[in-house]
Write a protein that binds this ligand. Sequence first.
Ligand SMILES: [Mn+2]
Length: 384
Amino acid sequence: MKLVHLGDLHLGKTLGDFDLISDQKYILDQILDIVDKESADAVLISGDVYDKAIPSEAATRLLDSFLSSLAEKNVQTFMISGNHDSDDRLNFGKTFFESRKVYISAVFKGTLEKQVVSDGDKQVNFYLLPFVKASQVRHYYLEETIENYEDAVRVILDHTDIDENACNVLLAHQFVSGKGADPSFGGSEGVATLSVGTVEKIGYDLFDKFDYVALGHIHSPQRVGREEVRYAGSPLKYSLSEVDNEKSVPLITLDGKNVKIDLIPLVPKRNMRHIRGNLSDLLKPENVCDTEDFIYATLTDEDIINDVMGILQQTYPNTVKIDFDNSHSHEIEQVDISKIAEGRDFKDLISEFYEKVYGVEITEEEMAVMRMAAREAGVIDEAD
Ligand SMILES: [Mn+2]
């Protein structure tokens, strides 16, 4: 039996001002081609199906067409919710979809949902764990101590009857870490991962009974603790820190309890690149390539360039963001903020800052507005 493992589709996501729907359609079509070429039997989608709890219309149309295509190919689909999804909205049509072999588990109702699929004379058990927080699980197991995510998942698994003689596959959307090593973030996972502490971490050894664990949540593709516990990663680069990621789809071949994993590379319609240098150098014809890519530019020019975004976008229309690395930016970085204000009065500081940024003197009217804001914020006293 062959499985295609996906996660963190984030349908409907935007990059700066750019809509990614056509890129997402392109990559889902590529995944459908992989499903065909490899004669995959099932597709696993491990949460963060949508980017937002209330997805855009275009995003729902895209998921609709993807699931329909899989059903037409008679491929089974297993899908769980992630922290970006609305549980109830993703659960829409659950019972109805099962008649077309699309199995959704987006709302946790106290037990781990299981689907049994026969694979020749053997059977494969698919367990679907939607994204859960401790508070949601505690509610169903009042007699247990559930203080964190790990407790929550452990209690759920302890209450699940798992036949270790069969092949068991789990879908989960959580922050799972290896022994002493946290997975490396892609950067676009969202608020939940930024605040990640020990409280949200789940040790990978909790999943020892499973032959394959299809994880979602972390956007950089990687294994956790062992080969068979794995984040598929998002199919596209969703943040600058993923610029060097090689996006791929894990293709899992199950033969009884034997698990073989192949990573099939994904090629985006528009890649994401980080370019760096002098604006004039960057725009020399010999340095310009793949002009449709999403560009993050770091400019090293010392002089101020008017409408630098406009200039760069004439060559690279999909420039997402520009920052500077020059003596001015270094000066700002090196300044010890706490020392700047020492022994200076408010008016002096603001006038100097204003002049530095705008190149002209601040007007009295503008200064009055600044004073008012500062008083409200409690930065200066009424008398100042
Ligand atoms: Mn995600």
